[in-house]
Structures are given as C-alpha cells and as structure tokens.
Design a protein around this ligand. Structure first.
Ligand code: BGC
Length: 386
C-alpha cells in the first residue's frame, strides 16, 4: 500500500524508530483448536464498533483487525497470537484472531472471511509465504492493508509492511556460536556436523540457513567441519512444516547410517527449537557418545528445559511481546492514516519489490543467561521451566 510514498518519510521514521527500538538490548523468539472456534467467538463481538475504513486518514483508533496465525502446534505462535490480541485490545482495537492448523487452504479461507467480515487491516503470519497471492489480491481490491508478521508473504504487491526479527542475524548467531564453542579458528578438528533447517515454504528458513552457512561454509571448505551424511544443501536439510517428528526421523537415519560405528558427532546446527527437539529425541534414543553441541531458536519451554539439562547448547530468544508491540504501533499508524515505522528498506524483496520492514533484534540465550532473559523479564515463571 503506497509503498513508493514511503521514501519521503522513511528517514524520519527510521530515526524515530531507532530511538524507540524493538526489544531492549538486555534481552538478546496441544491439540489444534478447530479453525472456526476463535472466529465464532470473535464475530459475536463484531458489529458494534465498526470504525471508518482504514484508508480514511481521519479514522480514529479502533476498528477490527484480523490476525492470521499459522498453527497452535508450536508454542511461539500461541504466544504471538495472545500477545497481539492483548496489545491490540489494549490499544482499542477489536481482534479477529485465527489459527490455521498449518493448513494453507484453512488459512486462505480464514483470510477470505476476514476480508468479507469487514476486518480493516490484516496481520498475517503465513504458513506458506507463496500461497497467499490470490487472497492478498482480494485484500488489496478491498483496500485492506496487510502487514506480514514474522514471515514474509511472497509475490504479492498487497503487502504494505513486514515486521519480524532479523532472520539473517538469527543464523549468523547460531553459526558464530558453533565457531566459538568448538574454537574452530584454533582447534585442529576436524569436527563432525549435521544440519537441520526449516520449512522450504517459509522465507525465513532461507535466511536462517543462509546466515549460519555464511559463517560456517569456510570451515566446511577447509575440512575443519565435516558433514558425514553429505546432507548440506538447503533442500536436503529442510524440514517440512518445521516438524519435530520429521527432524527426529531424519536424525535417526543419519545416526544409523553414519554414526552407529562410534563416530563422534560434534555439532548439530538446528535452525529452530522444534527441529532441535526432534534431533534431541533421536540422540536420546540412538546416540551414546559425548553429547554434541545443538543450536536452536525460540526458547520454547521444552528446549529451555533441555538447555538447563545440558541437552541443547543454546537458543535464540525472540521476545514475541516486543514484536507484538512493534506490530501494534504499525497497525495504529496505518489505521490513523499515517506511515508505519520501519528500520529496514533493503533486505526483504518479496518478488514485487522490497517490503518496508521493521526488524527486531534476536538475542543469544543459553543456560547461563536464561534466568535474566526469560524469568526476570516475566516471559516465563520458574515453575514453567520445572
Ligand atoms: C519463525 C521461527 C519458528 C519457525 C517455526 C519461523 O518462521 O521465525 O521463530 O521457529 O517459523 O514455526
């Protein structure tokens, strides 16, 4: 929406948002409910507070915001959804929150309903960023602005803004952790490594993998890091739907084929916590050597517990409260007829041009700093992690 106009206000917005920031630097990311449950609950509250259309520059705060989340299966999206809902309500908006059971068609239908039910702005965390083109075109046709949440929506000129964490930085932090922990610049090696990244339909997975490999490739080329399975390229190390069981079964196959003879596995690069959990399950079942370094992302409860127990070395903390705060400020700006604050206008080209983005900073977490990051900040209680 009016992306080109942004250039005129961008520098002002960037300065402003640099001052505000997204996340303080002190904090360095069940059964599926039926897709209709929340829709039903939310539409009952709908009609009373219809505000002027989003495009109306005179619109006051208030109005109905559609929030499309991918799944309740992963802890982080539950947190994202509830943080968004709470903060939007607090800011005076009505919220139409939907989870799509990781099913693309369900998400498409939910977004269609949002459009037809008079939602005035859409915040969408896509399941498959390349599968929303048609419904995005409908949103554009209806004059409804769209913010891509955490995952970029590809090949659509209907996307006004993108808010996420710096996905490339997530990967470089994971890669650098491996370099530092194995002391790759000094140790003789070689060290054996295996690689697990995420869903190929999730644009973020390319950034996580790309960031980590930009740090690690040199050591692979020198022979200091050896991928015994030979499984290195993105397509081979991708994990459909970021699924824990899929990662587990691939790790079990790798362990059986390449490490069953006692070969030491030194490190597993996992792009996130759900894949790390699968790897950790496989290691628990079928690996008896010294425990390898395992990376992750999200600080999911199960993984933080594993970190405390020494079964996962690190995770990346993405404080979903901070992302929600940022997105709510974007929503508010757009609903009031203004331009949303951004801090990146170079990185995220969705195939139709660069989408103005706000990148929050991801933070390194391990067993030494998790208390400060996760408990002192109120993200979890001590009991959550017992
Ligand atoms: C998110 C990660 C998450 C993954 C799986 C990615 O798009 O950025 O935080 O672990 O999806 O849900």
């Amino acid at each position: 929406m009016k992306r080109k106009l942004l250039s005129t206000v961008l520098s002002v917005a960037m300065v402003a948002t640099m001052l505000v920031g997204c996340g303080s630097k002190t904090a360095d990311t069940a059964a599926e409910a039926p897709a209709t449950t929340e829709a039903a609950a939310d539409t009952t509250e709908a009609a009373t507070t219809e505000a002027a259309p989003a495009a109306d520059a005179t619109a006051a705060a208030g109005g109905k915001i559609g929030v499309a989340m991918p799944t309740k299966d992963l802890q982080r999206w539950n947190q994202d959804g509830s943080n968004m809902e709470a903060q939007l309500k607090e800011a005076g908006y009505e919220v139409d929150l939907q989870y799509a059971s990781n099913d693309v068609q369900t998400q498409v239908s939910q977004i269609e309903n949002m459009i037809n039910n008079g939602d005035q702005l859409l915040v969408v965390a896509s399941i498959d960023g390349s599968s929303l083109g048609d419904v995005m075109a409908q949103a554009k046709e209806a004059g409804i602005p769209v913010i891509a949440y955490d995952r970029l929506i590809m090949n659509s000129d209907a996307v006004s803004y993108y808010a996420t964490f710096d996905n490339y930085m997530v990967g470089t932090k994971q890669g650098q952790y491996i370099v530092d922990t194995l002391d790759l610049d000094n140790a003789a090696g070689p060290f054996n490594m295996e690689i697990f990244t995420g869903d190929p339909g999730d644009n973020n997975a390319n950034f996580f993998y790309g960031g980590a490999m930009d740090v690690l490739q040199k050591y692979i080329d020198e022979g200091k890091l050896v991928v015994k399975s030979g499984q290195v390229d993105f397509a081979t190390v991708a994990t459909a739907n970021w699924d824990t069981a899929t990662a587990q079964s691939r790790m079990e196959n790798i362990l059986a084929s390449y490490y069953a003879d006692g070969t030491k596995l030194d490190v597993v690069l996992c792009s996130n916590d759900s894949t790390a959990l699968g790897v950790e399950n496989a290691l628990a079942a079928s690996y008896t050597g010294d425990y390898p370094v395992v990376t992750g992302q999200d600080c999911d409860v199960a993984n933080v517990k594993n970190m405390i127990a020494g079964k996962q070395s690190m995770s990346i903390f993405k404080d979903t409260r901070e992302l929600a705060t940022q997105v709510v400020s974007m929503v508010d700006a757009i609903m009031k007829g203004g331009e949303a604050p951004v801090n990146d206008t170079k990185t995220y080209d969705n195939g139709t041009g660069v989408i103005p983005s706000y990148l929050c900073e991801p933070v390194f977490a391990d067993k030494d700093n998790y208390k400060e990051l996760l408990i002192d900040s109120g993200y979890y209680t001590e009991d959550d992690l017992k």
